[in-house]
Design a protein around this ligand. Structure first.
Ligand code: NAD
Length: 342
């Protein structure tokens, strides 16, 4: 009922398959009685078409008010000189932590029983993109330069966030992933500050260190040794797609962008224009993101119910969309999920 919807939250359906999967997710959330009072807003191409801006001022105002958003995939407008939507949101709301959980739901894939949560620093590193080109007479002499930066403050904040998460969620081990042997300052600082933070959790959470290239190999050869991973921006971007691949690809990968004043939850995949409007999209990544949002507001109980419903439908009943080797469409999967969580 409307009376139980006490938590204001911004809802951005987004582009392509966005409206289809968002409809699926909000229907399922209604069945479990999720307390979100949605404020629908536009972004992406939808924003460009209706408000002349991929990130309209009303959308930003809404997020500033609610401090909470569920966001569908956005098509990045090509040309037009618009700034990246995700980068703008990160900067606007200081979304310093990117959280990517990966858990095996569909068994019998290449890897079973994967359960890793990756934390990526979201504001600094090489993605600060301080780039310039040094022109020279004649092309072969031309040179591109890129600088990254990390601050002690952000290194501490992201590592502490990962350790706090580990503590709250009964996790045993946090691995600091870096390249301090080569980038002695840029990622050496991350390692140095990470070790300091880890000391505060001594005896409660095990700490581990791994060089990023070795980590990439081990994630493929023996991913079960990993529990919680925390790393810098660029490495986290790459490794989180790798971990998504371990559990069935982008259709199963949720993500959260956390700041001190706002948190934005989303599917990792894009707007999938190739299948938009055809009832083929898998809503699970966005549904799992909504589950993270329930956890964020302290409703673990509802997230647990959601997870149990997903497990029943996907694992036991084997009702799956095409990307997971199944045959059902978005609507039929949604109906099965609504029944399972009821
Ligand atoms: P994409 O993730 O949209 O699609 C890649 C492939 O995965 C496609 O074949 C698509 O059909 C499939 N796919 C993705 N999500 C699916 C789902 N839920 N169910 C079933 N199949 C799914 O990546 P892309 O094609 O490179 O990008 C399309 C647009 O999305 C671009 O404009 C890109 O900039 C944007 N994008 C947005 C985000 C975001 O908003 N977070 C992320 C990535 C890409």
């Amino acid at each position: 009922s409307a009376a139980s919807k006490t938590i204001p939250a911004t809802l951005i359906a987004g582009d392509g398959i966005g409206p289809e999967i968002m409809a699926s997710v909000t229907e399922i959330l209604d069945v479990i009685g999720a307390p979100f009072d949605w404020d629908p807003q536009r972004a992406g191409m939808d924003g460009v078409e209706h408000a002349g801006n991929p990130l309209p001022a009303e959308t930003l105002t809404s997020i500033r008010r609610t401090g909470l958003a569920l966001k569908g995939p956005l098509t990045t407008p090509v040309g037009g000189g618009f700034k990246s939507i995700n980068v703008t949101l990160r900067q606007e709301f200081g979304l310093y932590a990117n959280v990517r959980p990966t858990r095996t739901i569909v068994p019998g894939g290449r890897f079973d029983d994967i359960d890793i949560v990756l934390f990526r620093e979201n504001l600094e590193g090489y993605y600060a993109a301080l780039e310039h080109y040094v022109p020279a007479d004649g092309d072969p002499q031309g040179m591109a330069i890129s600088s990254g930066y990390t601050t002690r403050k952000e290194c501490q904040r992201i590592v502490r966030y990962a350790f706090e998460y580990a503590l709250k969620n009964g996790r045993k081990k946090v691995t600091l992933v870096h390249k301090a042997n080569i980038l002695k300052l840029l990622t050496g600082l991350f390692l140095e500050e990470g070790r300091k933070v880890a000391k505060e959790y001594e005896g409660r959470i095990e700490v581990n260190e791994r060089i990023v290239d070795a980590c990439a190999m081990q994630l493929v050869t023996n991913p079960w040794q990993y529990d919680v991973i925390v790393t810098t921006n660029l490495f986290g971007d790459i490794l989180s797609d790798l971990t998504a691949g371990l559990v069935g690809g982008l259709g199963m990968a949720p993500g959260a962008n956390i700041g001190s004043d706002a948190a934005i939850f989303e599917a990792v995949h894009g707007s999938a224009p190739d299948i938009a409007g055809q009832d083929l999209a898998n809503p699970l990544a966005l549904l799992l993101a909504a589950g993270m949002m329930l956890q964020h507001i302290g409703r673990q109980d509802l997230d647990t119910r959601l997870q149990a419903g997903i497990d029943k439908v996907i694992k036991t009943d084997k009702v799956r969309t095409r990307d997971l080797g199944g045959t059902v469409g978005t609507r039929e999967l949604t109906a099965a999920l609504k029944q399972a969580v009821a």
